[in-house]
Design a protein around this ligand. Sequence first.
Ligand SMILES: Cc1ncc(COP(=O)(O)O)c(C=O)c1O
Length: 463
Amino acid sequence: MSRSAHPAGPRHADVLPEGHYSAPPADLNALDPKVWARTVGRDGDGVLNVGGIPVTRLAEEFGTPAYVLDEADFRARARSWRDAFGADADVFYAGKAFLSRAVVRWLDEEGLNLDVCSGTELATALSAGMPPERIAFHGNNKSEAEIRRAVEAGVGRIVLDSFQEIVRVAHIAESLGKRQPVQIRITVGVEAHTHEFIATAHEDQKFGIPLAGGQAAEAVRRALRLDGLELIGIHSHIGSQIFDMSGFEVAAHRVVGLLREIRDEHGVELPEIDLGGGLGIAYTSDDDPREPHEIAKALTEIVTRECEAARLRTPRISVEPGRAIVGPTAFTLYEVGTVKPLEGLRTYVSVDGGMSDNIRTALYDAEYTVALVSRTSDAAPMLVRVVGKHCESGDIVVKDAFLPADLAPGDLIAVPATGAYCRSMASNYNHALRPPVVAVADGAARVIVRRETEEDLLRLDVG
Ligand SMILES: Cc1ncc(COP(=O)(O)O)c(C=O)c1O
């Protein structure tokens, strides 16, 4: 999304520097419900509350930085995905976005399935009691041990990602006297991100088997020949943070085209099709994500139409949203450490976390907003860059945003929409201790992933 420099003023520059910001919001204290978890609001003192708890209390009790996750919002979003797709389809929450045992239990209780992509994600899911038949196992380089563990556990499907893996999974399943349900992940030549999609040569990536050149058809041929495999469907995932459904339309057209080829060649109608995840959320007020029911309706219509045209029975559809469920439900709570105005440029606000708890800004040029949450302020807007405490000038959490000009060390600020791919991609850079995830609901807060301690890190250092 490109936004241009705005002529309205922060306190340090007459002409604003180049950046990715729009006008300062009319009211800096307002909280746009699009980007904040659903139970967020301000109390009479101006302090941000979530799940009925003021953030000042959360900071006191659990410290900062901390990820604060609104459990009611998580459950409501999970339910709305399940309800939107109904009983004839499956929703697999993509665990890579954020996975913990509490999350697994919520998903189980709300009737969702789970997509994992490593042996340890699988172990987390199993240890929290997710029924194995509701787990899908992904990954472009699953080890033999991981495959064996998944087959032994009885996962509902393994998504095959290469010719070698087709043989590997078949052999392991056979050696265990099992027939493993599998899907084949294909690349359909579509890549979609944010508001755009490109339908050209995006087979040039590590995931999946290209449809182009008949490679996917050959993979199907081989899978159908192997006794250890029960081929149940075709899988396609086209990208991330997608708002525009046209990429899915092209993908569904191509996947159904392959199903037709399979029917014509083998006389087999595969019963399932998985269209992956990637549905976008609002990181800033400029983003307009679609509701699950709109997405479900659009995807179901596309697949049904394509199947009717190909004279195929409509397969059972599944989807794998991660970000769209957990992303909006959490924010990161930071304490301001230093406020450094750079004359003629912007003000650098340093917080007690950074790229170790949110790598997305550095990695993807992601955009976020930020708000002062321990109080309100009537001070003028000040153009800020929120940065971390790491030894890297790219250690930026929020590139461009406005905060009140009276912001001071000790204030609490929060960055919304950090539920997905922040804790799960967190690192120990500079030996940072990864922050806790605190779940709040109905006036109670509990740690679902604890903060790392110095002892945790030193215990790993056995030298
Ligand atoms: C195969 C697959 N499914 C689902 C997802 C989840 O994507 P998102 O969290 O954007 O919905 C991903 C993300 O990379 C993926 O690779």
